[in-house]
Design a binder for this molecule. Sequence first.
Ligand code: ZN
Length: 346
Amino acid sequence: MGVSRAWIGCVAFVVLLAIPLLACARSEPAGRSGAGRGEPLRIVATTGMVADLVREIAGERAEVRQLMGAGVDPHMYKPTRGDVAQLTAADAVFYNGLLLEGKMTETFERLRAGGKPVVAITSAISARSLLKEQAEGETSGDGDAGEAETDPHVWMDPALWATAVGPVRDALVALDPASKAAFESRASAYAAKLKELDGYAERVLNGVPERSRVLVTAHDAFGYFGRRYGYQVEGIQGISTESEAGVKDIQRLVDLLVERKITSVFVESSVSDRNVSALIAGARAKGHSVSIGGTLFSDAMGQQGTYEGTYVGMIDHNVTTIARSLGGEAAAPAGGMQGKLQGGKK
Ligand SMILES: [Zn+2]
């Protein structure tokens, strides 16, 4: 809280300062006040995953604010007045896109119309690489029922997420051309780190017996994960938390758990576990015991300042937790890829 107040205060200060500077600012690129004077770029990002990616590539050249903290659901997030002030004052805005931030579309359009760089970091992903989900008839809200929706949860596949590195790097270079070499070298170092993460994930997830490679979670955030690592994934809710899980869905999933003898299902840090509890109760009624295998980070990362509050830590936590809960303990160390996880707590 204190931090964001300070930021808004700082914004107001900069705006006041800018008025007498307008005349001499004409010779500089419009709206790129941070660059070229040695001051860090002021970036606002939506989710923690987007903010983390920009931080990794920008390094000290940018001060990155994220609007959505740990446990916040991006599908339902509406920008506050404070957010709009931050967005308006930023040199550039980075967001996931693919309608993940479905309630911010108008805000992005307004900012763009005002001439601000507003970057959807998933823009370089080809349509062929994206998953579609047919919207269910009972989907609520203003979505067009029956139309295929694009699954926005691309960060769940580190190899796919790596395709966002290029657009972020290029947008930063456009904002601050003098730092091009630094952005490029940080971008390739980070891409290598993502490759290492992908390799670790593949190794530990392959340690789970094939018949147990079924991931049941609160909502459909793990489609790209399933495709990448060969897991059947079942979300109780659809790809947006806006839709409600129907009773039929729960019954179908109970049958699946019983049939495949799956004993672990997962809750998510940013989604209510009400439906998961209903699923466990439904299985119990059929004489099949299921427990919660752990809390996964789906649409939000862990607390800022912790390992799980970084993208690499988030995915490390998820794949290690999934592998260990589904029978892959031998291949997945409790401390994860780098021994940094908090002991595989459940
Ligand atoms: Zn989601």
